[in-house]
Design a protein around this ligand. Structure first.
Ligand code: SAH
Ligand code: SF4
Length: 458
């Protein structure tokens, strides 16, 4: 979401004459777009600011001014604290205020003092930010599109409800219009974004029955009609918001890729309750079964936290058991990081650091085995790849499989920006190599059942 927001900030600054530079030393303005989800991410901001201070001073010595801005969730959470630690910062702006950036730049220049904007304005930022007109990365054929922001779920450990604010959805018409412009600009795959993307309930696209709010499934059905948009993904979902129509969308929409990131955090009901997740481990297992019934080759990814306050060996063992039962194609896992202001920050029975490290290692080793098994099961398979750019070797193209695996194949440049059928030849550490079967663009065809599911059921 920060990548998407950064691109919108660049768009909003364009009319003022700003354009991207290669290095901070060439920049009249530097914006750090920050993340507050874990302590380490937040601390990185201050070490980066220290480096930028040196650049700002060097430029000042040459008579060149540098506006330094801190955006994102660290700005939202720490506000004036940033200026206390780094008084050379000019602008501190929270994630809901990016549309006001030009005005803040003007104010900072006029006043010569720092500007702080960390309120949650009544107007929605997306009503004022320019739409994306193409991919966010130069030459990219894939793009992010934010459809929903914020969260009302208040998991015990999480800062998102405080930094991104209450859950809000963009109107369907605005999302569809932005997607159309992206596709006209060469985008072939759109990843719909939201902290709780499947809680999406945007206002309908206008007129008659459309007045009611749209679900994510309905939105995706409309997006799938856009000619030239061959792939749709969405992230991040909450198990509680995985409605029947969304499960059906996985069955019905060929453009909806068979890869789902569905964080569960823990396999222990005791911990899920302490985390305020609102579901049990078996709810999650049943949900995965329903999704696999709808789309047998659906591959899953998840997030896990180890070492949440109160987590015992038995709770951790329950997480490992859940991973073994389900079989993930990949997963992200984190050691619990205490975030000021969240309910878990003051919770009793903290887990000792080394215990958390040990659990994290074990969990990551298990996920790695599953990831390797999943990738190995792709060897020999025929599947569709969306080619997004050049590989590292001459004549090599790189792209993604439907299951989000990185794939390399020898092929002509004209294939970049198109899909083609390949045969997977070999598994490397973090990617697959493949040979082209047809350079003709095709639609995705589900070709196989998930071998991990078969193993789990056996
Ligand atoms: N909305 C998504 C997750 C958003 S945050 C969900 O509900 O699942 C992304 C991930 O960061 C979370 O899934 C969680 O695994 C991790 N995370 C969030 N807060 C954390 C904390 N305090 N310590 C460690 N990991 C955390
Ligand atoms: Fe954070 Fe996700 Fe929980 Fe919301 S649902 S509080 S974003 S972990």
């Amino acid at each position: 979401m920060n990548v998407y927001d950064s691109a919108r900030m660049a768009d909003v600054l364009k009319p003022l004459g700003y354009r991207p530079t290669e290095t901070p030393a060439d920049a009249d303005m530097v914006i750090l777009n920050t993340c507050h989800i874990r302590d380490r991410a937040a601390e990185k901001v201050f070490s980066e600011l220290g480096r930028l201070r040196v650049i700002k001073q060097a430029r000042a010595a040459e008579g060149r001014a540098t506006v330094l801005a801190v955006a994102g969730c660290v700005a939202q959470a720490e506000g004036a604290e940033i200026l206390a630690r780094a008084p050379y910062v000019d602008i501190v702006l929270g994630p809901q205020t990016y549309h006001r950036l030009p005005e803040m730049v003007a104010r900072a220049a006029r006043a010569g003092g720092a500007v702080i904007e960390t309120d949650f304005p009544v107007e929605q930022k997306f009503d004022f930010l320019p739409d994306a007109t193409g991919p966010q990365l130069p030459g990219g054929v894939t793009a992010f599109l934010t459809v929903q922001e914020g969260c009302d779920k208040f998991c015990s450990f999480c800062v998102v409800p405080y930094t991104r604010g209450a859950e809000a959805s963009r109107p369907a018409a605005s999302v569809i219009a932005e997607a159309r412009r992206m596709v006209a600009g060469g985008v072939r795959e759109i990843s719909l974004l939201g902290q709780n993307v499947n809680a999406y309930h945007g206002a309908g696209s206008g007129g008659g029955a459309d007045e009611s709010s749209w679900s994510l499934a309905r939105l995706m059905r409309a997006l799938a009609e856009i000619p030239g948009l061959v792939r749709i993904r969405y992230t991040t979902s909450h198990p509680r918001d995985m409605g029947e129509d969304l499960i059906a969308a996985h069955r019905d929409l060929p453009a909806l890729m068979p890869f789902l990131h569905l964080p569960v955090q823990s396999g222990s009901d005791r911990m899920l309750n302490a985390m305020n997740r609102g579901h049990t481990a078996d709810d999650y297992r049943r949900l995965i079964e329903r999704l696999r019934t709808a789309r047998p080759d659906l591959a899953f990814s998840s997030d896990f936290i180890v070492g949440h306050p109160g987590e015992t060996d038995a709770d951790f063992a329950a997480s490992m058991a859940l991973i073994r039962d389900i079989g993930f194609a990949q997963a992200y896992s984190f050691k619990y990081s205490s975030r000021p202001g969240t309910p878990a920050a003051g919770a009793p029975m903290p887990v000792a650091g080394p215990v958390g490290d040990e659990r994290l290692q074990q969990l990551q080793a298990l996920v790695r085995v599953q990831q390797d098994q999943f990738n190995a099961s792709s060897v020999g398979q025929t599947m569709e790849v969306l080619f997004t750019g050049h590989g590292r070797k001459p004549g090599q193209l790189s792209g993604r499989s439907p299951y989000l695996q990185a794939v390399h194949a020898a092929g002509p440049d004209q294939l970049i920006g198109t899909t083609a059928m390949v045969k997977i030849e070999q598994m490397l550490t973090n990617s697959l190599t493949a040979s082209l079967l047809s350079p003709v663009p095709t639609r995705p065809i589900p070709t196989r059942a998930n071998p991990l599911l078969e193993r789990a059921c056996a």
